[in-house]
Design a binder for this molecule. Sequence first.
Ligand code: IMP
Ligand code: MG
Length: 182
Amino acid sequence: MTISKQYAREILQQAELLYSAEQVQAALQGVAQKINTALTETHPLVLSVMGGAVVFSGQLLPMLDFPLDFDYVHVSRYGDARKGGAMQWKVEPRENVRGRVVLLLDDILDEGHTLSVLRDRVLELGASHCYSAVFADKQHGRKKPIKADFVGMDLPNRFVFGYGMDIEGAWRNLPAIYAVKE
Ligand code: IMP
Ligand code: MG
């Protein structure tokens, strides 16, 4: 279900700005630097988790200064709802990960289910190492099954959108990060 444009605008009007576009770009530069330092000697296969990681990936890749290959997987957990549901694979990782250093890119680490299942699959398929980078790490105080190697910024335990993250399918295109009013 696609929400109406009026409803999408209402959501944005009522939302709280958490991080401006400038703050998001500063965090992006920070995480790019950390990745460049750590992976400088590698030639990884970068796997972007569609659709949330599309903006993070598109802006991060030109900042990386080592050779890399690019591919994507597509998994959705939230569907269009605001609560985590079952994981649904649309495009799964494939044999090209065999023997490679893999760098997973995702928009946000919440419960950690998505990224940990993906890491297990990639290692099962024969990747030699699996790193992960997330633009945001949601601070909810519960234990996560995976810790990202590289994190852009921490976010509070709220439903957020913008910078690739959607709210009921909308607003992935926003350059800043908003939280739904509580
Ligand atoms: P996890 O499996 O709970 O870590 O969920 C991670 C996935 O859920 C990410 O790939 C996001 O696409 C999505 N997600 C988690 N929290 C939010 C949120 O606050 N807003 C939008 N998407 C979210
Ligand atoms: Mg996602």
